[in-house]
Write a protein of this length. Structure first.
Length: 69
């Protein structure tokens, strides 16, 4: 039996939706992309991958803050 991880499926959908040109998107299409990306974020947040991304972004933000001082 084949199992599909929902987060991986959403990541593929986001990848293909963001490849399209901006001029070809309607407002509904843009809103749908935002909803899909938020759902992907909610699915990834509690995973180890999500935690490592959060830690990396925190380090980048603190580095930028310290560099601006």
């Amino acid at each position: 039996m084949l199992t599909i991880n929902v987060a991986v499926l959403l990541a593929v959908v986001v990848f293909f939706r963001l490849r399209r040109r901006t001029e070809a998107r309607s407002r509904f299409d843009e809103k749908m992309t935002v909803v899909i990306v938020l759902a992907l974020g909610i699915l990834l947040a509690p995973t180890p991958v999500g935690q490592s991304v959060l830690n990396f972004l925190g380090q980048v933000a603190s580095g930028v803050t310290q560099a601006s001082r």
